[in-house]
Design a protein around this ligand. Structure first.
Ligand SMILES: NC(=O)c1ccc[n+]([C@@H]2O[C@H](COP(=O)([O-])OP(=O)(O)OC[C@H]3O[C@@H](n4cnc5c(N)ncnc54)[C@H](O)[C@@H]3O)[C@@H](O)[C@H]2O)c1
Length: 282
C-alpha cells in the first residue's frame, strides 16, 4: 500500500455545520490532507471564517450559507459546489444536535424540530450530493456524524437517540443502495467531544468524572473525530462501507462500567470497590 492512500488531494468535500465544533475540525483536517472544502453552515460568518482558514492552508475554501433543513438551499449549495469546484467527492453530514428533555415533557413541535435538523437535513444533503456523485460517475464517500447516543439508551435523549439510531441504519441502507455507484457510506459515533460549547466541563470535578466513565480517561477532541473522518474518506477505507465507527474512548465497550481507582464498578455509590463481575452482580 502506498502511504499516499491516506491523502485527499484535490478531492472536494462538503461539510455541513462546518463553521464550528466537530465540523470545523474535520474541515481543517481535510484541508491539511489536500482536500478543497465547502462549508455549508447556517451561520455565514462562522462558515466564512473557516473557509478563510482553509484558503490559508493553500486549498480552495468556499462558505455557502445553508440550512440543511431547507431542500432548495441544499440543492443550490450542491449546484454551486459543482459549478465552482467541479463536483462533490466527499459529503460529511455533520449538522445536527440535541436539546436534552425528559420524554414526558416533550411536545410534538420540539420532537419535529429535532427530526428536521437530524433526519430531514440528512435526507436533503445525502440526496442532493449523491445525485451529483452518480452523475459524475467517479464514486464518492459519505460520512454521517452520529453519536454514542445512537447505540445506547440515553435519558433525556429520546428524540436524539431515535434520530441517531435512524441515521446509523440509514447509513447501512444507503451503503447498499449506492454501492453500485462506488459511493461508500459510513458513520462515526463520538462520545463527548471538547468543543466551544463544552467549556463548562473543564472544571477539575467534571474532568475527574469524565476520567471515570470514559475508559481512555478524557473527553475526545475534534481531531480525534477528524482522524476517523479522514480514514473513512480516503482510499485506506476503499473497501469499507456501511460501518458505524465508535470514536468514544471506549465508552460504548464499557457498557456502564465505571473506573474506581484501579478497579471497575457498576455501583458508583458503593463504599467498597468491586473488581469482578461476580461481586458486582454482573
Ligand atoms: N459535541 C459533541 O460532544 C458531540 C458528540 C457526539 C455527536 N455529536 C454530533 O456531532 C455533530 C456536530 O456537533 P457539534 O457539537 O460540533 O455542533 P455545534 O453545535 O458546534 O454546531 C456546528 C455547526 O452547525 C451549524 N448548524 C446548526 N444548525 C444548522 C443547520 N440547520 N444547517 C446548517 N448548519 C447548521 C452551526 O451554525 C454550527 O456552526 C452533530 O451531529 C452532533 O449530534 C457531537
Amino acid at each position: 500500500m502506498d502511504p499516499s492512500s491516506v491523502l485527499l488531494t484535490d478531492k472536494v468535500a462538503v461539510i455541513t455545520g462546518g463553521g464550528d465544533g466537530i465540523g470545523k475540525g474535520i474541515a481543517l483536517t481535510y484541508a491539511k490532507f489536500g482536500a478543497h472544502i465547502v462549508i455549508a453552515d447556517l451561520n455565514p460568518a462562522a462558515g466564512e471564517a473557516v473557509a478563510q482558514q482553509v484558503r490559508a492552508l493553500g486549498r480552495k475554501g468556499l462558505a455557502i450559507a445553508t440550512d440543511v433543513r431547507n431542500r432548495e438551499q441544499v440543492q443550490a449549495m450542491v449546484q454551486r459546489t459543482v459549478a465552482e469546484l467541479g463536483g462533490v467527492d466527499i459529503l460529511v453530514n455533520n449538522a445536527g444536535g440535541v436539546r436534552p428533555k425528559e420524554f414526558m415533557d416533550m411536545d410534538e413541535a420540539r420532537w419535529r424540530r429535532s427530526v428536521e435538523l437530524n433526519l430531514i437535513g440528512l435526507f436533503n444533503c445525502t440526496h442532493a450530493a449523491a445525485r451529483e456523485m452518480i452523475v459524475a460517475g467517479r464514486g464518492g464517500a459519505i460520512i454521517n456524524i452520529s453519536s454514542i447516543e445512537g447505540s445506547r439508551a440515553g435519558p433525556l435523549y429520546s428524540v436524539y437517540s431515535a434520530c441517531k439510531a435512524g441515521m446509523e441504519n440509514f447509513t447501512r441502507t444507503t451503503a447498499l443502495e449506492l454501492s453500485r455507484h462506488r459511493i461508500r457510506v459510513n458513520s462515526i459515533a463520538p462520545d463527548m467531544i471538547d468543543t466551544p460549547h463544552t467549556a463548562e466541563l473543564h472544571t477539575p470535578q467534571a474532568q475527574q468524572a469524565i476520567a471515570r466513565v470514559i475508559p481512555l480517561g478524557r473527553m475526545g477532541t475534534t481531531e480525534d473525530v477528524a482522524g476517523a473522518a479522514v480514514y473513512l474518506a480516503s482510499d485506506l477505507a476503499a473497501w469499507v462501507t456501511g460501518i458505524n465507527l465508535h470514536v468514544d474512548g471506549g465508552t460504548w465497550a464499557s457498557g456502564g462500567w465505571i473506573r474506581q481507582g484501579d478497579s471497575w464498578t457498576l455501583f458508583p455509590d458503593s463504599t467498597g470497590v468491586v473488581d469482578s463481575p461476580k461481586q458486582s452482580g454482573g
